[in-house]
Write a protein that binds this ligand. Structure first.
Ligand code: 7TS
Length: 408
């Protein structure tokens, strides 16, 4: 990876607690490069207007940028049509939309919804709520000991009563990359639809929704060097077409009568209210930035970072690393605990040295239960991290060990 990439991220050029910042929390949210910040600035300085309504020049420019961003996303994930790209607030909103719209219409009493133990809360609670409402059964695919998913366990969980399978592509805790393409095939054999939580995948892997043959795919702009507040739901056209909106109001209507109304065509029927215009503009700039570097290059870099970090961290006595030991099976996420020290204390000591990691349950409490821990620390790497960041982390962890030497 080109060492100059870091210089595109102005936020990284600062000191925290007297030390140069090492940002290792990109799985929570990524930092933003100058071209994305500039695209937002330019939009607000020159083009800002509402979309799809004006005949004036700014309105047309804003509409062109907003719909242009949709085309960019369509190409980015290789969807068949822009009608399959719905702009929403993020992954959470996208999964909720599918649960509330597709789920309510298609899941009946006794039907099954299948997820895994490694889901983010955003891919658990919408299904819990749906299962409760419809009297359906929520089932969990068992994990292997190293935190991977075997197709044998997938086959054991999915039955002819299964209506929806929803699975994370890349785990935000274990970094595990799941075989979602193969799982989609099994789901389809049983007549179920496949939803992929791509929040941690879209920033790091080349996505081809047609090759995966998933029915729905959700991701968030802010984790892929884009702004907060914009996300995407991809859905196969025939499925989205049959689905009812869950948000009603301006923008999404065709005709409004006193007691009844009709909706716009896809994808606008799902985009009630003034859309996330600046967010979409920023997301388009983020996609350009990632594609200029190359998603293959980014993925390779992250495997390398994970492998190097795991190798160096495993030499620290008393440090447990969770998830697959084979770095080829994981993205750039390393979750760990330092013996009996609470991960919040580890993260606080690292912050004293300018190193930002996340500590807590990572919005994955069922996975914490499976791991038999209450919380962990997590270092997550992205394209702007390099080996010197790993060295700083390892050095910081050694200092933390000394700081809490009574435990060791
Ligand atoms: N799914 C996964 C796998 C995630 O990692 C996250 C956010 C979400 C869904 C939700 O995305 P949102 O953009 O709608 O919030 N993950 C994390 C994390 O790991 N730390 O902070 C947020």
């Amino acid at each position: 990876m080109n060492p100059e990439i870091k210089s595109y991220f102005p936020i990284l050029n600062q000191e925290i607690n007297g030390h140069p910042l090492v940002y290792l929390d990109s799985a929570a949210t990524s930092q933003k490069p100058t071209p994305v910040i500039e695209a937002l600035k330019e939009y607000y300085e020159f083009d800002n207007s509402n979309v799809h309504r004006g005949v004036h020049t700014l309105g047309n420019r804003a509409t062109e940028k907003y719909e242009g961003a949709r085309e960019k996303v369509q190409q980015f994930i290789k969807a068949n049509s822009t009608q399959e790209i719905v702009f929403l607030r993020g992954t959470t909103t996208a999964i909720n939309l599918v649960a509330q719209s597709y789920g309510r219409a298609n899941v009946e009493e006794g039907d099954e919804i299948v997820i895994t133990y490694m889901e983010h809360h955003s891919n658990i609670i919408p299904w819990q709520q749906l299962a409760k409402e419809r009297g359906a059964v929520l089932k969990y695919i068992e994990l292997e000991e190293d935190g991977t998913i075997s197709l044998e366990n997938v086959r054991a969980a999915i039955t002819d009563r299964t209506k929806i399978v929803s699975m994370v592509y890349v785990s935000n805790v274990l970094g595990t990359m799941n075989p979602v393409k193969e799982v989609a095939k099994i789901a389809h054999e049983h007549g179920a639809v496949m939803m992929v939580d791509g929040a941690q995948a879209a920033p790091h892997l080349k996505i081809d929704v047609q090759d995966l043959d998933c029915d729905f795919f959700a991701f968030s702009g802010h984790k892929m060097v884009g702004p907060t507040g914009i996300g995407v739901l991809y859905g196969k056209k025939h499925l989205l077409e049959a689905m009812e909106p869950v948000e009603f109001g301006g923008e999404m209507i065709d005709f409004v009568g006193l007691y009844d109304s009709t909706w716009k065509e896809l994808p606008w029927k799902f985009e009630g209210g003034t859309p996330i215009i600046a967010g979409a503009v920023g997301l388009a700039a983020a996609i350009d930035f990632l594609q200029d570097i190359g998603l293959d290059e980014i993925e390779k870099h992250e495997h390398h970072m994970a492998a190097t970090a795991m190798d160096k961290m495993s030499k620290i006595e008393g440090l447990d690393i969770y998830g697959p030991t084979d770095p080829a099976k994981r993205a750039g996420i390393v979750t760990f605990n330092l013996k009996e020290v609470h991960p919040h204390d580890v993260a606080t000591v690292l912050d004293m040295s300018g190193i930002a990691v996340r500590a807590g349950h990572h919005c994955a409490q069922p996975l914490m239960k499976w791991l038999d821990v209450t919380a962990t620390a997590r270092a997550s790497f992205y394209l702007y991290n390099d080996e010197s960041d790993i060295d700083r982390l390892v050095e910081g962890l050694r200092s933390a060990k000394e700081y809490f030497s009574d435990v060791f």
